[in-house]
Write a new protein. Structure first.
Length: 142
């Protein structure tokens, strides 16, 4: 029995989907107010309705579900382990913001990101579940 992991979106991404859904609903509502024989007949209302349903599905699937206290603790423990792994070799804040003094810092950061891509992605997904809005690994930078 395999469970497919779904990616949890950030609150701004969810809000963007909700805005697109509202826009599609508004367009559909406006089309219904026009009479027959107008340009409204040329627009595929069924397709627009399917788009609204699709946005609903995306929002529900990628919003993440409520998690229990024990699961949250387990996830927080895993996030702490990942944070320790991610911090190893991570260029410091000083290195990244003083590139004149540290010309090799961008390449060092790029190599670090490549080495830790899986851990970084897992960390972000966990943080989006337990603390929405704080999924950036920049918070870990010394």
């Amino acid at each position: 029995m395999s469970t497919k992991k779904t990616e949890v979106l950030t609150s701004s991404e969810i809000n963007s989907l909700k805005d697109e859904k509202r826009s599609a609903e508004q367009t559909l509502k406006e089309l219904e107010s026009y009479g027959s024989g107008t340009q409204a007949d040329a627009i595929d209302k069924a397709k627009l309705s399917r788009e609204v349903s699709h946005f609903d599905k995306l929002i529900n699937v990628h919003s993440g579900t409520k998690i229990s206290g024990a699961a949250k603790d387990k996830m927080a423990k895993r996030a702490k382990e990942l944070a320790g792994t991610i911090k190893e070799g991570m260029p410091t804040y000083e290195e990244m913001n003083n590139l004149g003094k540290n010309p090799g810092a961008p390449l060092k950061n790029l190599n670090w990101e490549r080495r830790n891509a899986k851990s970084i992605n897992e960390y972000k997904q966990i943080m989006r579940r337990i603390e929405p809005g704080s999924s950036s690994v920049e918070n870990l930078r010394r």
